[in-house]
Write a protein that binds this ligand. Sequence first.
Ligand code: SAM
Length: 285
Amino acid sequence: MELTNISTVKDILSRHGFSFSKKLGQNFIIDPSICPKIAEMGNAGEGFGILEIGTGIGVLTKELALRADKVAAVEIDKGLLPILDETLAGMENIHIINADVMKCDLRRIIEEEFPGLRTAVCANLPYYITSPVLMLLLESRLPIESITVMVQKEAAQRLCAKVGTREAGAITAGVSYHGTARKLFDVSRGSFIPSPNVDSAVIRIDLNKEPLLDEETEKLFFRIVRSGFSQRRKTLSNALSSLMGIEKSVTQSILRELSISETVRIEAMDMDQLILFTKKLKEQE
Ligand code: SAM
């Protein structure tokens, strides 16, 4: 079945009485060139188990399953299950899990679904939960090698920005801490049914094999990042003083030690500076 043929898609959706949910971010890909590219650039291949988030009618799921050893796909909408039975019929290496990804035990899913396989994530993410899903995937220290996802174009810019530049935010620091992100290609709004109001882009994050900091220092790093960026117009010392109760003199003396201006804002600090600052602050606790 041709899942990017618009009349085939409309036919199957209407036969099953399916209507799109805006709330669940349901915009399905109908451009035939996109899913094969996501699969190929996203590690779907021999020896890999792929975790997909949000199947829609299975257009990407199918391309992943044609290349990888196994696909486990989490889909929240029960109404899509009978459709997937039809669109993915005969493909034995796919397991659909009907659940909310934010409530799943992803570690258990990976262990149970992909024994002996390497793991990667590929998805056309529901945009309303892009950041929470990415932070969940990154912060859970899962045995994942890469995350290849379609996100809104603006989100892609932020996620792939360099820490220390104006485009960066807390999520940029989170991604840079855990790995390396790059944009793969743009996708226009006309590539979806229904067509969303924004353009999209596919990005890939390659995850570090080892964490940069021990668990306690890592927690401190993320508290600093969240506090600093939630008051990004303030100096770092003011932001950390008001949100974390850290004496301004402590922050300022560490900054001096690192040859960074005492009046620096977090948005001007690069990744190395943020890591060094965190380590020094941890030493003083
Ligand atoms: N992969 C399909 C495609 O590319 O055509 C569908 C992508 S669509 C942008 C997002 C999908 O995520 C929808 O099928 C939606 O029902 C599902 N979804 C939304 N929220 C979810 C959640 N919390 N957990 C799992 N799936 C979710």
